[in-house]
Design a protein around this ligand. Structure first.
Ligand code: ZN
Length: 584
């Protein structure tokens, strides 16, 4: 598949023209993109079909061809707020705020038909157009920009996200799901976590909605002509429990795509530059594609809409980050539509800044031909069940912050899903150490696989995890004592105190365990115990949260320690534990 790829990799900018801009403006935009040494545009073509303007679209494709730009057609969020398609929330309201950019419920047959119609029309009209970007003679097409179920924006001061979708189509499909899983189809969709097992089924079912939609849409498009299919996986959701409500399980989504593509930016929601989340998203995408095949990233060539400026070295950092984490394609988002079309300098200010790194990127991709990313000896477990049961970010950030710790220490790290673990990936990929952090709710099969990993010689790291319910438990509940309320610090090497930032439980080490650290009340805080041919390290506190409070920029942490906290001694300590186990 990738034989010719390295000579003509994906290096593009998103382009979302309005037919009302006029042909002259469109031709000018394309000329500037070409001057920036971009190879392609990822084109949102919907606005042309909104007004039935195939000729306008043809003009655009011809103009791209004329300046040597290739085109990847992107089916955008082409519809919103149609009454019969709306998402129904747990309280019976529908998700009506246009800021949420919902296309509607992905279980709606009419939404699927509309999407198929749009995709098929493009392929029938332009599938053989010479401007289309192709790999091995097949065009690449992206299906839907950011598919999700959203009913609030807590990050911008909105209420908490609510469970969804309770529309008639989801209710009917849930009955089928229950039958398939050997349960009574008389059960109603749950509205809260009071029945943990039914709730988990409901959330798992919800996570199938978008992948099923994409799978059907892609199959219909491929029936028109063979192509490579991708989808722009949504924003910051790998690092947030909100995924369980938005229906964004990247592993489920990756399973129906030919290429991985994601939409994470370093300055997405914050003035603090979050390159570790940017990297994390790529490593998750890579994992979601089964550690094979192409993954591509988005680049940020716009200043934050919250007013924050992109740091001057950001574009360079982004391309090295993307490549370092296996993304061999890059698509910039830039800020054309928000700026006046009359002001040439302003309109192209950001995209012009990509020129130098575009050249560098093309050169670096070419050099990477024949190489594969270093294989990771360490895996981090991403627990969908914990997110669904806890409805908070204690697990997600514990994991992300340890990811930051490990990558800062030079370790390549894989992030693996519960399903991958259940299917035996820990043995398949020969990990030496696995971290299951803040995992308060794990399905029993995942628990069995994790303990089998240690029994077979692996090193398993487990840290604090609150007790949620009997149905889904944390690992090793007998080693945890939740009754102690006064745990504030624990001491690692040389009597260095580490502050318990969030929560901790005293440990009850098994007899042969070696205790490495104690809490302020002298109870065990960290121990190692042999486990079959391997070992388990147990940590009584959330080690990721204790290490840092933010996956942000290294320099910023040095400049503003009150803003971004890092415990460098704890990082060195963890690296030392790994090194002693031969993982360096
Ligand atoms: Zn629905």
């Amino acid at each position: 598949m990738l034989s010719q790829y390295f000579e003509n990799p994906i290096l593009a900018t998103y382009y979302y023209p309005r037919p009302s801009w006029g042909q002259e403006q469109i031709a000018q935009d394309l000329k500037v993109f070409s001057e920036c040494d971009l190879r392609a545009v990822w084109l949102f073509y919907d606005p042309f079909y909104d007004i039935d303007d195939s000729e306008g679209l043809r003009y655009l494709l011809d103009s791209a061809d004329a300046v040597g730009l290739q085109v990847v057609p992107v089916l955008g969020q082409f519809t919103q707020l149609q009454d019969d398609l709306k998402i129904v929330n747990v309280d019976g309201t529908t998700s009506d705020d246009p800021r949420y950019w919902n296309m509607g419920c992905f279980r709606k047959p009419r939404l699927l038909n509309l999407a198929i119609e749009r995709a098929a029309r493009f392929l029938k009209e332009f599938g053989t157009h010479s401007s289309l970007y192709r790999i091995d003679d097949k065009p690449v097409m992206s299906f839907v920009h950011e598919a999700y179920y959203r009913n609030s924006v807590p990050e911008f001061g909105g209420d908490e996200m609510k469970p969804n979708c309770y529309c008639d189509d989801c209710r009917a499909a849930f009955k089928d799901y229950l039958k398939k899983h050997g349960m009574s189809d008389e059960l109603s969709p749950p509205v809260d976590t009071s029945d943990p097992i039914l709730w988990q089924h409901w959330i798992n079912f919800h996570a199938e909605s978008i992948p099923l939609f994409l799978k059907n849409l892609i199959a219909a498009a491929k029936a028109v002509m063979p192509l490579w299919a991708t989808h722009e996986c949504n924003d910051f959701y790998p690092a947030s429990w909100q995924s369980v409500y938005t229906g964004n399980d990247w592993w489920e989504m990756g399973a129906v795509l030919d290429f991985g593509h994601e939409d994470m930016y370093p300055l997405e929601f914050d003035n603090r530059y979050q390159c570790y989340v940017y990297n994390y998203a790529k490593d998750i995408m890579k994992s979601a594609l089964g550690f094979q095949g192409l993954i591509t990233a988005n680049g940020q060539a716009f200043n934050s809409w919250l007013g924050y400026q992109l740091p001057s070295n950001s574009m360079s950092e982004q391309i090295y980050s993307a490549l370092g984490h296996g993304a061999l394609g890059l698509v910039w988002w830039t800020e054309l539509p928000s700026l006046s079309a009359d002001d040439e300098a302003k309109r192209y200010h950001m995209i012009r800044q990509t020129k130098q790194v575009n050249r560098l990127y093309l050169d670096l991709v070419k050099r990477l031909s024949g190489y594969t990313p270093a294989s990771a000896e360490i895996a981090l477990l991403y627990s969908w069940t914990t997110m669904a049961q806890s409805l908070n970010d204690e697990h997600t950030y514990d994991t992300l912050l340890v990811y930051m710790l490990l990558t800062q220490s030079g370790y390549p790290v894989d992030i693996v899903s519960e399903k991958q673990v259940s299917n035996g990936i820990l043995a398949e990929r020969h990990y030496k150490a696995v971290f299951a952090l803040g995992c308060s709710a794990l399905p029993s099969i995942v628990q069995e696989q994790l303990t089998a990993f240690a029994e077979n010689g692996g090193i398993l790291f487990v840290d604090y995890a609150p007790y949620m319910n009997d149905a889904f438990q944390p690992l090793f509940p007998d080693w945890r004592n939740y009754t102690k309320k006064s745990l504030r610090t624990y001491e690692i090497t040389h009597e260095l105190p580490v502050t318990v930032q969030l929560a901790a439980a005293a440990l009850i080490p098994p007899e042969d365990a070696e205790v490495f650290a104690y809490f302020n009340d002298k109870s065990a805080a960290i121990f190692r115990t042999s486990f079959g041919h391997g070992a388990v390290f147990m940590i009584g506190s959330y080690i990721g949260w204790d290490y840092s409070n933010y996956p942000g920029n290294y320099d910023l942490a040095k400049m503003f320690p009150f803003y971004i906290r890092r415990d460098y001694a704890l990082r060195e300590y963890l690296v030392q534990l790994l090194t002693q186990e031969g993982i360096c």
